[in-house]
Design a protein around this ligand. Structure first.
Ligand code: FES
Ligand SMILES: [Fe+2]
Length: 384
């Protein structure tokens, strides 16, 4: 599980005026809104006696611990110790919990889990420019699955599973070929054209798959003849190494639009879009899950222990760039964490840890140093 990355914690709509507990990277976080409605994210465990702050209350943007009433602001600083202190309104410096940057985009709340400073932090990718135009129907789905997060990202970039797993796509020609391919160290995009049954592919019918390791987001743009295009964007957040939360956004055009080969395709009605969102939530995501939950190994495989073909190129790149990002910016050392978690509270390093490494009550989570990671070494063998 990568640190120093943006993750979707919840939809903006899901965070009301009271604190909300969110599990990410095997840690508990609390999200709450300040007095101006801006979202904040803190480590969820109180520095006093370890209670969950998310079980407390929020008034005028100040979070109050449920156990002894200590108060915390959005920066994680304690502002009041009601009992047991000679200076209740001037708590000691160590009376603070880590605070993590939050950004709202596409109707979602993104949290940066790591210690990179402002300038060093990557931007949340602009992967859905259609969002602000007003010309697209929008729907957000949130689901949880017990599948490792990289396995889930691989699936969203696997063009050939669609025609077999998904009932709605079984009528499509089964052949797929990669027509166009773009790759950076954080981003991969491929245009997969669908073959006709006699082997010809069509430039106007196919699937564009994109993945950006920043926020672990996959975007699928799907063009099929005579049907309005669909843009399906999936953000994947590791709850822990075995469980994943998926935030899926489905866009369909309200009006006729021009697609890649220059042809015009009709827009979708609100009912058609709603049917697509409902079908994805109730059927399509579960069709993937039925297979993924039993796919082994649980974590991404070594490429030498799979028999890969050309159309696996995109998903293998997803695995590789995700592994490389972890090598560079750190991953949670899950084994060491498991040994600590019943006896200690650990926190994901925050930007304030770098400025001020001392003077924290809770220790930082063990982080794997680069190339200590067996997965990354395996991914490093992937041919380009
Ligand atoms: S545990 Fe939070 S105030 Fe005591
Ligand atoms: Fe799928």
């Amino acid at each position: 599980m990568l640190i120093n990355n943006w993750y979707v914690a919840c939809s903006a709509e899901a965070l009301g005026d009271q604190p909300k507990r969110i599990q990410m990277l095997s840690h508990s976080f609390v999200l709450f809104r300040d007095e101006n409605g801006r979202p904040n994210c803190l480590s969820d465990h109180c520095v006093h006696r370890g209670a969950l702050l998310s079980q407390g209350t929020c008034h005028n943007g100040i979070l109050q611990c449920p156990q002894h009433g200590w108060k915390f602001n959005g920066a994680g600083k304690c502002t009041l110790i009601p009992a047991g202190s000679k200076t209740p309104t001037e708590p000691p410096k160590r009376a603070r919990v880590p605070s993590y940057p939050v950004q709202e985009k596409y109707g979602l709340l993104f949290v940066f889990l790591g210690d990179l400073q402002g300038d060093e932090r990557p931007a949340v990718p602009d992967i859905m420019p259609e969002w602000d135009s007003g010309d697209w129907h929008k729907g957000i789905i949130t689901r949880e699955k017990n599948v490792n997060f990289i396995r889930m990202c691989e699936n969203y970039n696997d063009p050939c599973h669609v025609h077999y797993i998904h009932e709605f796509a079984k009528w499509l020609p089964k052949g797929v070929s990669i027509v166009d391919h773009e790759l950076t160290d954080r981003y991969v995009r491929a245009w997969h054209a669908s073959h006709s049954p006699d082997g010809d592919y069509s430039d106007s019918a196919g699937l564009m798959m994109e993945y950006n390791v920043i926020s672990c987001v996959s975007r699928n743009t799907n063009y099929q003849p005579g049907y309005p295009p669909q843009i399906v964007t999936a953000y994947v957040t590791p709850i822990d190494e075995y469980n994943t939360r998926i935030f899926m956004i489905i866009l369909m055009p309200k009006h006729e639009i021009t697609v890649l080969d220059g042809s015009r395709v009709r827009g979708a009605t609100a009912d058609e879009h709603k049917a697509m969102v409902d079908m994805t939530r109730e059927t399509v995501m579960d069709e993937d899950y039925v297979v993924l939950k039993n796919t082994r190994p649980v974590f991404a495989a070594s490429v030498t222990e799979e028999l890969l073909v050309d159309t696996d190129r995109t998903l293998v790149q997803v695995r590789k760039i995700t592994g490389e990002y972890g090598d560079k910016f750190g991953t949670v050392d899950v084994k060491s964490l498991r040994e600590l978690e019943d006896t200690h509270i650990t926190v994901i390093p925050s930007p304030d840890h770098k400025n001020n490494p001392k003077g924290w009550v809770h220790r930082t989570t063990p982080i794997l140093a680069a190339l200590d990671q067996p997965f990354a070494r395996a991914a490093g063998k992937v041919p380009r």
